[in-house]
Design a protein around this ligand. Structure first.
Ligand SMILES: NC(=O)c1ccc[n+]([C@@H]2O[C@H](COP(=O)([O-])OP(=O)(O)OC[C@H]3O[C@@H](n4cnc5c(N)ncnc54)[C@H](OP(=O)(O)O)[C@@H]3O)[C@@H](O)[C@H]2O)c1
Length: 344
């Protein structure tokens, strides 16, 4: 049976695909290039949520591959400890941090201002921070915190950093003539860590923040994650891929502090069966999307285990994905964050 057919069958069965079986099989099927063989020296990678779980594993990999790594996080001491550990481990001293709460739009403005003054060119912006709240939490502006953290503030941060993403980098050296030629524009990459949970929820803008009476954490989380993948496509439609490419992904089911806290029963059952992925396996596709040339060939795509996937597994979500709702989501983000692609 051909490798792509096996992969497609695996994808349709969900449990083997999302669990630790997925990368185990696919690594062998497609002879995955080892992440450690990539070189990110000279590339500026801005990573949110790099202090725990998948993000921490990604930070470790970025450090090992020699990236100039900037972790955006909310807890100063925890972030400093993470950077010190990763720096000692990898020998990479080109590691930085910017502190701010990604549940607050005011902080995002400060974070973006600091990033753009310190890093005039950003190669990768990886939106990884996220959380599932079983009890509703509200951001300071009164909006559901999971929507603020995973929809509004990544949108705002991307918008504010667009001038830094994909600006021309070092001049190309013509080795035959020994002269520097025109600057080589390398597209920036914006990556968004969504979740397979989004397959369960159709796109909704009116219901993006669930009403209190019917609030359910997992459902609210899935709605925010659905919005993330749609926004990823919309960014891809609006920004030229020669400037910046946009990709979203889902990591499968990963053993992290976040999942243990949010879904303890799930972790208790799948963990002992060995079905949860390691954080490193959860980080694999994000780091691969940052380092391989394949993601530069396309934009606005959704990935899992290093391959493009559909954003739908049911008619219910397909039907709800109307152009009207998609445009309404973009307009909601612009109105809610005050950042607009077309200056008003
Ligand atoms: N684990 C899974 O199975 C799974 C499955 C699908 C998708 N995901 C997604 O993968 C991403 C990482 O999740 P994880 O499982 O690794 O969770 P995690 O261990 O809880 O890590 C979440 C990260 O996000 C940061 N964060 C949360 N709220 C923040 C805020 N207001 N401001 C700044 N940073 C904030 C956390 O910072 P602190 O260290 O300060 O807490 C932490 O670094 C999330 O987007 C999640 O939705 C995970």
């Amino acid at each position: 049976m051909n490798a792509h057919l096996i992969d497609t069958l695996l994808e349709k069965t969900v449990v083997p695909s999302f669990s630790s079986i997925g990368p185990g099989v696919r690594r062998r099927l497609f002879d995955w290039q080892r992440l450690e063989s990539y070189d990110l020296t000279g590339r500026v990678v801005v990573l949110t949520g790099g202090t725990s779980g998948i993000g921490e594993a990604a930070a470790e990999l970025y450090a090992t591959l020699g990236a100039t790594l900037v972790i955006v996080a909310r807890d100063l001491e925890k972030t400093q400890r993470t950077i010190e550990r990763l720096s000692n481990q990898s020998g990479n001293t080109d590691m930085h941090y910017v502190i701010g709460d990604l549940g607050r739009q005011e902080d995002v403005h400060t974070i973006a201002a600091e990033l753009s003054s310190r890093f005039p060119a950003i190669d990768v912006l990886a939106h990884n921070a996220g959380a599932l709240f079983n009890e509703r939490r509200l951001a300071q502006n009164g909006i559901d915190l999971s929507v603020e953290l995973m929809v509004s503030t990544p949108f705002l941060l991307t918008g504010l950093l667009l001038p830094q993403l994909g600006v021309p980098h070092e001049p190309l050296h013509d080795t035959t003539a020994g002269t520097a030629t025109a600057a080589r524009p390398r597209p920036g990459r914006v990556l968004t860590m969504s979740s397979g949970g989004m397959y369960t929820e159709p796109l909704t803008v009116d219901g993006l923040c669930m009403p209190d009476a019917t609030y359910q954490g997992a459902q609210q989380y899935a709605r925010a994650k659905r919005a993330q993948v749609v926004l990823n496509e919309l960014w891809g439609e609006r920004i030229s891929a020669t400037q910046c490419v946009f990709h979203a992904l889902h990591p499968g089911w990963v053993a992290t502090p976040g999942i243990t806290e949010a879904l303890p029963g799930f972790s208790r059952i799948l963990g002992p069966l060995g079905l949860l992925r390691s954080p490193r396996e959860g980080a694999d596709t994000m780091v691969w999307l940052s380092a391989d040339t394949e993601p530069e060939k396309d934009t606005g795509k959704f990935w899992h285990d290093r391959a493009q996937r559909s954003i739908h597994m049911s008619q219910k979500t397909r039907k709800a994905n109307t152009d009207e709702r998609r445009q309404a989501l973009w307009q909601w983000c612009e109105a809610h964050t005050g950042w607009s692609l077309t200056p008003v």
